[in-house]
Write a protein that binds this ligand. Structure first.
Ligand SMILES: Nc1ncnc2c1ncn2[C@@H]1O[C@H](COP(=O)(O)OP(=O)(O)OP(=O)(O)O)[C@@H](O)[C@H]1O
Length: 531
C-alpha cells in the first residue's frame, strides 16, 4: 500500500477549503469536548482527524453534520458561511456521514435502504424502485462500489454493509464525506478495498474526513492531519512529512511506546484447559469442530485467524455464553507455582464461570460488556452483584463500598470522566473499554479471556491495555488473547494458536513470521511450526 501515500501537485494542495470550522466550542456537563477548535480541509483531499479517545473528534464531526449544535464558532462550506441546524441542512450543503454503527434496516434490500430517507430531487426521487436500482448500478460503477441492489442487508458482510452506507451518502449527493472510524469493523482485506474506494472518491473530486486510531492507516491513506488533544487543537501535519512517532506524541502529549516491552514468559502449570470443544452457530450449524488448547499460568496464548473462522464462538463457548455440544473446559487455581484445585466448568453459566476465576473482556463492549444508560459506578459491579462482598444486608455500607470501589477503578485505570455517576454511554469508546478492563482485572482472576481488547481505542489506551495484559501474565495469570490485529497478537503472545474453519490448526512460537501465520490462517501448512 506504499504507493498510496498521496503526494498531490501544489496547485491541488492550494485548492480552496471545502470545510472550514473556526473556533468551535461545545461543552457537555463537566467536560469541554471542543475548546476553540479549528479545522481546515481542502477540496479533494483525504484529511485525517486523530486524537485520543475523548479528544473531541466525534463531537466536532457531529457538529459539522448538524447532529450537535456548537455553543459558539463558525462553519464555512466551500468558502461560504453555513448554518447547519440539522443533518438535512448538512446534506443540502453536500456533507454526508458514514456512521461507525450502521444506520441500515436489516430486512430491507440495498435499494430500499438507499431510497429511505433520500431527499426528494436527489437520486431517482420518489419511491421508484426500478429507477433506484438503475441509479445504484450507475453509482456503483462510477465509484467502484459493486453491490447487488436486491440483496438484503442482513445477508451482507460488514464490509458490504459499509459499502451501502457509502452509496447511501453518495446517492444523496454528498461531496464531503465524513467517515468515523470506518475500518474499526473491517477485516484487513475489507480495509484494503475501502482504501481503494476512498482513493477513487477523491480522484473524482470528493473530499474525505477520515477518523481513525490506526496511525498506519493515517500514513498510508491521508494527505493532511489535524490532531486534537483533550478538546483542543494539538497540531496540523502534512502526512508525507511526518511519522507515527510524531503523530503519537502530538496526540498523547508525551512519548508513546509503539512496541511492547516485555520479559520472557515464565509459564507455570495449565490454568485453562479446553479440550475437543464442539459448538453450533446461531443457525444450528456446527462452527467449532473439536478445538483444543491449554493456557498456562504466566503466559499469553494468542489466537490468530481470519475473522469468521470461529473465534467469536470459541470465546463464547469458553466464557459460558454459548452451549457446547461436546467437549470439556477446566480451570485450575495455581498457588506458588502448583495447581491447587482443578474444576470442570464446562456447563457453567458465564456468571458461574466468573466466580470460578474466569474474567472476560468481551468483543462487543456496547452489547455485552456494559449497560450503557447506567453509571460507571453501576457498571463497575456488573456481574458481581451477588457476590458476598456486595451483600445487601447493610445497604448504606454497601453503597459506600460500591462508590469507593468505582472511584478506585477510575483512578487506577485512568478513566477520563468528570465523575463516577456519569452514564457509560457518555464516555468515549476507549474510556468505556477501560471501565470493562478495570472491572475484570480488579476481581483478581485465574484466567483472563481478552477478546479484541484494543478495538477502537487510541494509542495511549492501547499502550495502557497492553501493559495491563502483560502485568496479568507476569502475575502468573493465564491470558487468552483474541485479536484481529496480527501485530497485536505477535507482539503480546508467548505462543500463537491459529484458528481455521472452527479448529485450532497449529500452535506456533512468538517468532512466527506474518507470512507463516498468514499461510496457516488460510488453511496452508508452513514447514516451521512447533507444538
Ligand atoms: N452526549 C454526550 N453527553 C455528555 N458528554 C459527552 C457526550 N458526547 C461526548 N461527550 C464527552 O465529550 C468528550 C469528547 O467525546 P468525543 O466522543 O467527541 O471524543 P472522540 O475523540 O470522538 O473519542 P473516541 O475516539 O473514543 O470516539 C468526552 O469526554 C465524552 O465523554
Amino acid at each position: 500500500m506504499q504507493e498510496s501515500t498521496l503526494v498531490r501537485p501544489v496547485e491541488e494542495r492550494s485548492s480552496p477549503f471545502a470545510v472550514e470550522m473556526r473556533e468551535i466550542c461545545k461543552a457537555w456537563p463537566g467536560v469541554i469536548a471542543n475548546d476553540h477548535v479549528n479545522l481546515q480541509v481542502r477540496k479533494g483531499e483525504i484529511h485525517a482527524l486523530v486524537g485520543e479517545n475523548g479528544a473531541g473528534k466525534s463531537t466536532l464531526m457531529n457538529i459539522l453534520y448538524g447532529l450537535i449544535h456548537p455553543d459558539s464558532g463558525e462553519i464555512l462550506i466551500n468558502g461560504q458561511p453555513a448554518h447547519i441546524g440539522g443533518p438535512r441542512d448538512a446534506m443540502h450543503l453536500g456533507i454526508g456521514m458514514v456512521h461507525q454503527h450502521f444506520m441500515l434496516i436489516p430486512p430491507l434490500t440495498v435499494a430500499e435502504n438507499i431510497i429511505l430517507g433520500r431527499e426528494p430531487g436527489g437520486l431517482g426521487g420518489g419511491l421508484n424502485l426500478k429507477k433506484a436500482r438503475t441509479d445504484i448500478r450507475a453509482l456503483s460503477e462510477q465509484y467502484g462500489l459493486p453491490i447487488d441492489p436486491d440483496a438484503r442487508i442482513e445477508d451482507l458482510s460488514v464490509g458490504l454493509q459499509q459499502r451501502v452506507e457509502i452509496l447511501k451518502v453518495l446517492a444523496r449527493g454528498a461531496d464531503i464525506l465524513i467517515m468515523d472510524e470506518p475500518t474499526g469493523v473491517l477485516t484487513p482485506q475489507e480495509t484494503y478495498e475501502l482504501f481503494g474506494v476512498i482513493r477513487g472518491l477523491v480522484a473524482q473530486g470528493k473530499t474525505v474526513i477520515f477518523i481513525t486510531h490506526k496511525l498506519r492507516e493515517v500514513l498510508d491513506l491521508t494527505d493532511n492531519i489535524t490532531v486534537l488533544r483533550r478538546g483542543k487543537n494539538a497540531g496540523t501535519l502534512v502526512t508525507r512529512e511526518t511519522n507515527q512517532k510524531e503523530i503519537a506524541r502530538l496526540m498523547v502529549g508525551r512519548e508513546v511506546l509503539l512496541r511492547v516491552n516485555k520479559k520472557p514468559a515464565e509459564p507455570g502449570p495449565v490454568v485453562l484447559h479446553v479440550e475437543n470443544v464442539h459448538a453450533d452457530s446461531d443457525l444450528g450449524l456446527e462452527v467449532l469442530h473439536g478445538a483444543s488448547f491449554d493456557v498456562h499460568a504466566g503466559e499469553i496464548l494468542g489466537i490468530a485467524g481470519v475473522e469468521g473462522n470461529g473465534q467469536t464462538e470459541l470465546v463464547e463457548a469458553v466464557t459460558g455464553m454459548r452451549h457446547l455440544t461436546s467437549g470439556t473446559i477446566t480451570i485450575a487455581k495455581v498457588r506458588d507455582g502448583k495447581q491447587e484445585v482443578n474444576t470442570d466448568i464446562t456447563g457453567l453459566s458465564a456468571r458461574e464461570k466468573r466466580k470460578m476465576g474466569l474474567a472476560h473482556i468481551p468483543e462487543d463492549r456496547r452489547g455485552s460488556g456494559l449497560v450503557l444508560p447506567e453509571s460507571i459506578e453501576d457498571n463497575s459491579i456488573l456481574g458481581r452483584q451477588r457476590w458476598p462482598e456486595f451483600s445487601w444486608s447493610q445497604v448504606v455500607l454497601l453503597l459506600n463500598k460500591i462508590s469507593s470501589w468505582a472511584k478506585r477503578l477510575v483512578t487506577d485505570f485512568d478513566v477520563r470522566t468528570p465523575s463516577i455517576e456519569v452514564p457509560v454511554r457518555a464516555l468515549s469508546g476507549g474510556n468505556q473499554q477501560k471501565v470493562i478492563i478495570a472491572r475484570e482485572l480488579a476481581c483478581n482472576p485465574e484466567a483472563l479471556v481478552a477478546s479484541q481488547p484494543t478495538r477502537g481505542v487510541d494509542i495511549g489506551a492501547i499502550e495502557f491495555i497492553h501493559r495491563r495484559l502483560i502485568e496479568q501474565r507476569d502475575a502468573g495469570k493465564a491470558v487468552l488473547l483474541i485479536s484481529a490485529e496480527l501485530d497485536e497478537i505477535r507482539s503480546l503472545s508467548d505462543r500463537i494458536a491459529v484458528m481455521y474453519e472452527g479448529n485450532i490448526v497449529d500452535i506456533v512460537g512468538p517468532d512466527a513470521t506474518e507470512e507463516q501465520l498468514g499461510i496457516l490462517m488460510t488453511g496452508g501448512h508452513p514447514e516451521h511450526s512447533e507444538k
